[in-house]
Write a protein that binds this ligand. Sequence first.
Ligand code: SAH
Ligand code: SF4
Length: 358
Amino acid sequence: MKTKKIIQDFTKEELEKQITPNFRVKQIYHWIYHKYATSFDEMKNLPQKLRESLANQYTLTPLKQLMVQNSKDGSRKYLYELHDGHTVEAVLLLMKNKTYHEDGSLKHQERYTVCISSQVGCKVGCAFCLTAKSGFMRNLTAGEIVEQVRMIKKDNNIDANRRVNLVYMGMGEPLDNLEEVVKSVKIFSDLEGMAIATHRQTISTSGLSTKIEKLGKMELGINLAISLHAVDDALRATLMPINKAYNIASIIDAVKNFPVNDRKRVMFEYLVIKDVNDDISAAKKLLSLLDGIKAKVNLIYFNPYGGTKFERPTKEDMNKFQDFLTKRGLHCTIRESKGLDISAACGQLREQALEKEV
Ligand code: SAH
Ligand code: SF4
């Protein structure tokens, strides 16, 4: 049997080449991304014949929800199964709760960020990362990336017009799957679709310098985050083997060429591991490394899991590290451990599910 195409894999322009008359594509887009339709049969303003022909050619449901874990802070972590049985994770992060004025009227809606996966597994093989442990399986298609957000919005009754931010910080290295990731960015930002502006989307990378340059040249208006984690090449190479191919200097050069929105900064993620990279001398080096770059630093507590030799840093060391940088004018935040009680670092839910299988 011929496998059906995933309709979310296609941009509106691509669908217009496949479906006639053209104006139907806008309607279909509306059903998919505004009404979160799960079958073509629901698309009542399309002629029955078209609905049938679409159902014969395309699928609308490339992912199956296998598990969901709720965190006390309102975040939710999802495990999805792909058509070939592989699994990936995505997380809904509740950044701010709904607030009300004294008279009971609404002051602020909730703020959401969705963390999405771009690959099944990852080739980069970082020593501290659970996703790396089970190796690399395959790239996700644009539609499989897009569908994570659509399913999360549907499951949480998040209205199509509500703003959400996206971070490509789930499983996988997005720049190792550049083509499909860029396509997903475009599908997300389509005004007839989810209309998630590119400045609300952040791609996080372990530092594939040549791909950072390539992404920059596309001028998408997307935000960049670099998983730096160490300030000298020898240590970085032990934590992140990719550093042997793309060293710190090459990453800094690529970042300097990256087009950054006037009101934005490039985020440098620094995973703090006890007694490995939590010393103030590292903070000093970081400061000089980022000199002249519109940067902000996000410190992340290492999140331990069974079998790892690394440990979570102390709160005191974390605060000292942050103070050192902020006192010298570098924007530095400590990542709130959203959903820590549901094993926040991506890869951890999938690992639990795999362990249960054996
Ligand atoms: N591959 C890309 C995108 C995935 S982001 C990248 O590495 O940037 C995954 C993020 O989770 C990275 O910033 C990574 O450093 C972080 N991470 C991985 N393992 C972690 C752990 N055990 N605790 C906390 N953060 C972790
Ligand atoms: Fe891959 Fe990122 Fe994990 Fe490194 S941290 S193995 S690049 S997902």
